[in-house]
Design a protein around this ligand. Structure first.
Ligand code: GDP
Length: 439
């Protein structure tokens, strides 16, 4: 996510950092490069113009010239202005008390609407809601089936009526929701490859007939300025309350994320960061600005951990480490929790200072899968007492996990050394305690 803009901004701002004193001249030169970096990132040119104007005004001010570390201050100004550009965080979905909240998703074909409908339903389910999905995209042949599949995966009902026009499907879905105690209805509407009259008429009819509580425009971040232009058109012709930016995981430039708010005035509510149903995140401009500038995103990291890690289990694990009874079964559980936080590369990118240095490093996610497969091919007893895994057992485990005996040997060896290390640490801790150096 955002690798290319992060790298170019880091390089430009790095030059500022080295400067002891900033003059109007060198600020202008530097900001010219910032401007190029933003244009290269496919940020809307009017947005860039305004952005540079703001940063220049603030940087050339006395405030900077007098400061102790002027370079750092320019970085801070760019950071602040990036946040301003994306506006205040607004990730709330206003739910109606005691009635149905109807959320309508609109956007072009392929923008990720159907997938987002599933992700949003999952999110609402986790907030204690009982959502109903309405399949009103009868334009794209596979959309209804796709939504039904997502519904089955999530155990969420999907409403569909064959041979009815989209508006009728939506109104019937809302009626069904009322009768069956669903407090949220998510309407997955049709898109087209391009904006056309037919599409707008269809969407306007749904909007005017059903007056949904919220309309969200779903667009593909990877299409950069095209996404921004279609957002503007949808807003002018239909109107919407917020944006959901999908496929941000594949967006290295960040142009849509940076300009859509400034162009439409509408907030980005959520971002899609992967194809799976749990890959939807709230959009927070401040965190995004930090990520773009390679300053990490600790808050999102902590949130991910909170969602993925079972803290009771973690405490349990800590006790096992203390008492030297950690087994491969515990290790497997630990591994699975880490995996739930998302791809390792992405997690590392959230750590301050590491973000932009991730490119050269090759984290092989497959290695984790391999370790998991090996442990899963062991019996519970073997996981609890790894010492009993003799030669023939190792052969069986390798075969079962589709790996080699060397792989199994390596894992067992590493696990043994890890335990030894923990024991060593524990021993030291006792020693330090004796010396009064440890609480
Ligand atoms: P629709 O035509 O607007 O309903 O689009 P779909 O929901 O069918 O999505 C189009 C494609 O984009 C599918 O292959 C999805 O799996 C993929 N997709 C949707 N959201 C994301 C996302 O956040 N990240 C990635 N990488 N792929 C996504």
């Amino acid at each position: 996510m955002f690798e290319s803009i992060t790298n170019s901004l880091e390089a430009v701002l790095g030059k500022f950092r080295g400067k002891g004193r900033l003059t109007e001249g060198n600020i202008k030169d530097g900001l010219h490069e910032v401007r190029l970096a933003l244009l290269e990132a496919d940020v809307n040119y009017k947005v860039v113009k305004n952005f540079i104007k703001q940063v220049t005004e603030r940087s050339v001010g006395e405030e900077v010239i007098k400061s102790v570390a002027p370079g750092q201050q320019v970085v801070k100004i760019v950071h602040d202005e990036l946040i301003k550009l994306m506006g205040e965080s607004d990730t709330s979905i206003p739910f109606k008390e005691g009635g149905q909240t109807v959320v309508m998703l609109v956007g072009l074909q392929g923008s990720g609407k159907t997938t987002t409908a599933g992700k949003l339903a999952r999110l609402m389910l986790s907030k204690g809601k009982k959502p109903l999905l309405a399949a009103a995209d009868i334009q794209r042949p596979a959309a209804v089936e796709q939504l039904k599949t997502l519904g089955r995966q999530l155990d969420i009902q999907v409403y569909f009526e064959k041979d009815l026009p989209p508006t009728k499907i939506c109104s019937e879905a809302i009626k069904y929701a009322k009768e069956n105690g669903h407090d949220v209805v998510i309407l997955d509407t049709a898109g087209r490859l391009h904006i056309d009259n037919e599409l707008m008429l269809e969407l306007r009819e749904i909007k005017d007939t059903l007056t949904p509580d919220q309309i969200y425009f779903v667009c593909d971040a990877m299409t950069g300025q095209d996404a921004v232009n279609s957002a503007r058109e949808f807003d002018e012709q239909l109107g919407f309350d917020g944006v959901i930016l999908s496929k941000l995981d594949g967006d290295t430039r960040g142009g849509a994320a940076l300009s859509i708010r400034a162009v439409t005035g509408k907030p980005i509510k959520f971002v899609g960061i992967g194809e799976k149903l749990d890959r939807l995140e709230e959009f927070h401009p401040d965190r995004m600005a930090s990520r773009i500038l390679g300053m990490g995103d600790v808050v999102s990291l902590v949130e991910r951990a909170q969602q993925a890690i079972d803290f009771e289990e973690a405490q349990n694990l800590s006790r096992k480490i203390q008492s030297d009874t950690l087994s491969l079964e515990d290790f497997l559980m630990q591994l699975q929790q880490i995996k739930k936080m998302g791809p390792i590369k992405e997690i590392m990118g959230m750590i301050p200072g590491l973000g932009n240095k991730m490119d050269g490093l090759n984290f092989d996610e497959k290695q984790l899968e391999k370790v998991e497969a090996i442990i899963k091919s062991m019996t519970i007893q073997e996981r609890l007492i790894p010492d009993m895994i003799n030669g023939s057992r190792r052969q069986r485990v390798a075969k079962g996990s589709g790996t080699t005996v060397q792989d199994v040997n390596q894992l067992l060896k590493q696990f043994k050394s890890m335990k030894k290390l923990m024991k060593h640490f524990k021993g030291n801790e006792k020693g330090l305690k004796k010396k009064g150096m440890f609480p």
